[in-house]
Design a binder for this molecule. Sequence first.
Ligand code: NDP
Ligand code: GDR
Length: 365
Amino acid sequence: MKIALITGVNGQDGAYLAELLLEKGYMVHGIKRRSSLINTHRIDHLYQDPHEANVRFRLHYGDMTDSTNLIRIIQETQPDEIYNLAAMSHVKVSFDTPEYTANADGIGTLRLLEAIRILGLEKKTRIYQASTSELYGLVQEVPQKETTPFYPRSPYAVAKLYAYWITVNYREAYGMYACNGILFNHESPLRGETFVTRKITRAVAAIALGLQDCLFLGNLNAQRDWGHAKDYVEAMWKILQQDTPEDFVIATGITTEVREFVRMAFAELGIVIEFTGEGAAERGFVATCTNENYQLELGKQVVAVDPEYFRPTEVELLIGDATKARTRLNWEPKYDLTMLVKEMVECDIKEFEKAGKVQFEHLIS
Ligand code: NDP
Ligand code: GDR
């Protein structure tokens, strides 16, 4: 049985990857941080009672800022594959916590690579590094591929740049099987609520259900190449199954404005939005609402720009060329953006309805 270790196992990608590897018959170890409230809801369905026989999913407390902890977990678990997904992954927040971001996202990757070396596992353990399209930052070439020069635009991206190159360096210096997956934005119903897609689909559901008035957003002009996290974790696995370690871009090749994502999400519920104004004065109004389940007043303002969400330096355009992954890994995304938006909006509607029902039951019992 192959053994995998996933850092950031309770994040969006960690949850989908753990599920995939368990389906493939792996023993899966995951590292999660201690938190004051339980935050394992994304992986609770995978939980196995450690007291039972043949357990194939185990969680370990750990942190990317603690070398001793990482060395001990790797020594105990002896993984064939490590997927380094743990990171302070919010670009805007990285401007508020730049030093911590460098430590966890940059030096954290070095700590894992060094742990493998210290334990003499260079020839046994393969490692996947969660690199990002944010490395491309200020546009140098369109579409962006493996050979496109990097120009990071945030403390997050700069930390990930270090992680990218230290992974390449350990591969070249010590012959380790260490790879970067340069993944473009990928979303799902499990996406954190403060990333723009999930913030939008949650707000659209809440507005339609009469639980929220207005959705406040930052830069509506930004363009992103959005895929589905389920497709992208499959690419991570494929990257570690090749004969030789290499880096791959994973993307759909289609880019869409934030504004258009907003339109698509409302349209999913039969609500047509019209935008007026420009920059910080831009607003979205309900033009028509054909879904009789949602009683939205025509002309109601449901979107507004709040400059609070602008970033000191922005990444305006991302569009990836995943030809290498398509040809060498035989990787192909199964979801398109329409399917993704539909799944996210439907899940958020269900979540609010479920929460409402629980509240109601609570009131009458
Ligand atoms: P999430 O933010 O959903 O998950 C990040 C995970 O890392 C969480 O489990 C978090 O734990 C954990 N983590 C954060 N800091 C530490 C730390 N110091 N020590 C241990 N664990 C930590 O991110 P995603 O799942 O979306 O992304 C996975 C990885 O891929 C990240 O590295 C991200 O930067 C990268 N990436 C993501 C892309 C995307 O579009 N989703 C695209 C390209 C790259 P906790 O829950 O406790 O905060
Ligand atoms: P990103 O994702 O920065 O691309 O990083 P995010 O969803 O945060 O932003 C995408 C674009 O939307 C614009 N935007 C807003 N963003 C947020 N979060 N909130 C808003 O209100 C808002 N309004 C407009 C942003 O300015 C940006 O242009 C994600 C993360 O998952 C990273 O970890 C990963 O490396 C990259 O994707 C690829």
